[in-house]
Design a binder for this molecule. Structure first.
Ligand code: SF4
Length: 241
């Protein structure tokens, strides 16, 4: 099939198809933005179950954010040890809390609701340890701001489809994909969720289930027989020995 080479049109087409496949969702997120913020730091490179256990243990041992901030570092590392890299994440969390208390007098970020999207993004990404992905997840899920989190699944699927170029990084994909989509939090939430689920369930890392994919007739990776080199999917190293 000959498909539209315009990436904005192709992005909207893929979005519509996944809307039909997965169903349109209302925006949802954790009720407490501080939980979302700290939970997202804990969630890096670990499973959801491990993140949940780490967060729960941390709050049981240190019920207030002041206690988390002031905890001896080894104790906090131990409390979040089910999340990978606890020795990296614990100082991030303490630095972040110290910064929040210094700047705002409390561990409360509800005021982001009243900031413009640009100002809220800048404020968050200026925090120690908060990158584009964490900031966009928080602003979209908790404050319904029109931003687009690009995680490893969204990056891989959009790159395989050819909506972004083969060398475009996840950071650059954020602005690129955003420019193809309407600045509407509901649309962006569904785009993120559906591409995330698609990457988890169908367009998986090593063996995408292309015969089951509703996007295969418009997919560059499928049309090329999986031969395109992509920055989101490094080639698996051959086993030695
Ligand atoms: S056709 Fe295959 S490679 Fe392309 S998006 Fe679908 S599952 Fe991924």
């Amino acid at each position: 099939m000959q498909f539209d080479s315009n990436p904005a049109a192709r992005t909207l087409d893929a979005h519509q198809r996944l809307n039909e496949f997965y169903g349109v969702q209302a925006i949802y997120g954790r009720a407490d933005p501080m939980h979302e913020l700290i939970g997202t730091i804990l969630s890096h490179r670990t499973t959801h179950a491990n993140e949940v256990t780490a967060y729960r243990t941390m709050r049981e041992r240190f019920p207030t954010w002041e206690q988390v901030r002031d905890a001896p570092l080894p104790d906090l590392i131990d409390a979040i040890r089910t999340a990978n890299y606890p020795e990296v994440k614990a100082p991030y969390i303490q630095n972040l809390l110290a910064h929040l208390f210094r700047e705002t007098g409390a561990a409360n970020i509800d005021f982001l609701n009243d900031l413009s999207t640009e100002d809220a993004m800048k404020w968050l990404t200026d925090l120690p340890g908060i990158g584009l992905k964490t900031a966009t997840l928080l602003l979209l899920f908790n404050f319904q701001k029109p931003v687009l989190p690009v995680d490893t699944h969204v990056h891989r699927v959009t790159q395989r489809l050819g909506l972004i170029g083969p060398k475009v990084s996840a950071e650059k994909a954020h602005a690129l994909l955003l420019s193809y989509l309407p600045p509407d939090a509901g649309v962006l939430f569904n785009f993120h969720k559906h591409f995330y689920w698609h990457g988890q369930r169908i367009c998986t890392w090593y063996t995408p289930k292309c015969p089951d994919c509703v996007l295969r007739d418009t997919c560059d990776h499928y049309q090329s027989g999986g031969k395109t080199a992509l920055s989101s999917t490094p080639v698996r190293k051959a086993r030695t020995g």
